[in-house]
Design a binder for this molecule. Structure first.
Ligand code: GLU
Length: 242
């Protein structure tokens, strides 16, 4: 049977390096699910400590973090959504997924909870998903991940904060890219697009782009044309499975 590859981030209950005193205090407290957002229009109470958001905004690790998930292999039905639901306990305010189809990427983004509503997607053998904990850009569908390149070939999900995103964004806009969110994350899709256009293969493109990102980050990059993923991480956890 065809091999499948899974990449998953967001499971930092165990295995984290110890947190230094004064840095995101609260990491050692029990891991309480902190779901923030809306479910069918009704606001849910936010249990998230404000200091956690402040911590993350200043580029440090917070107790709450998003989840990323990618899968390539046999036919995907609700694989991505099911996986995202296993990461819900991390807390999130919005979510999204992209599925490779023969001609395009199917992208579905929303705010609030995934909940149990039945959704039907076209059959696909490669997909990527994300539960977002917004740090840059409002909680809006356009800011949910995945983020795409100009040609809808590349889809990116990102966990963390790209500290030099302002400068990278300005450079990309000057080079004619169309960035469609307010996040720090979408620069990755366009930078990978440029690397691929200059002849790099996907792993090299992602390695080159990741090396210019500042901060603690994990990214998973899906290439629709080659049906491949590449992932990179700095401090943020990332798990690969087969
Ligand atoms: N900084 C990114 C954003 O605001 C990723 C946040 C996260 O880790 O969920 O979209």
């Amino acid at each position: 049977s065809p091999a499948s590859t899974v990449v998953m981030s967001g499971s930092n209950r165990r295995g984290d390096p110890p947190t230094k005193p004064g840095q995101c205090a609260g990491q050692s407290s029990p891991d309480i699910p902190t779901l923030l957002g809306t479910e069918d229009g009704a606001a849910l109470p936010a249990e998230t400590p404000i200091r956690d958001a402040v911590c993350r905004r200043s580029g440090k690790r917070g107790k709450c973090m998003c989840g990323v998930f990618g899968y390539v292999g046999q036919s995907i039905d609700d694989t991505i959504l099911t996986a995202l639901k296993t990461l819900e306990y991390r807390g999130y305010d919005s979510w999204g997924l992209a599925l490779s189809t023969p001609d395009d990427l199917l992208v579905h983004k929303d705010v609030g909870r995934i909940n149990g509503r039945v959704r039907s997607y076209p059959s696909s053998t490669q997909g990527i998903g994300h539960t977002r904990w917004a740090t840059h850009g409002g909680v809006e569908p356009a800011n949910s991940h995945p983020h795409l390149d100009c040609f809808r070939r590349i889809a990116v999900v990102h966990n963390g904060i790209i500290e030099n995103h302002v400068e990278l964004r300005a450079q990309l806009l000057a080079r004619g890219h169309r960035l469609q969110s307010e996040t720090d994350s979408d620069v990755v899709a366009h930078l990978v697009e440029e690397e691929l256009a200059s002849g790099s293969d996907l792993p090299d493109a992602v390695a080159t782009v990741f090396s210019i990102l500042e901060g603690y980050n994990a990214v998973v990059v899906m290439d629709r044309l080659e049906q491949r993923f590449a992932a990179a991480k700095r401090v943020s956890p990332l798990v690969l499975g087969r």
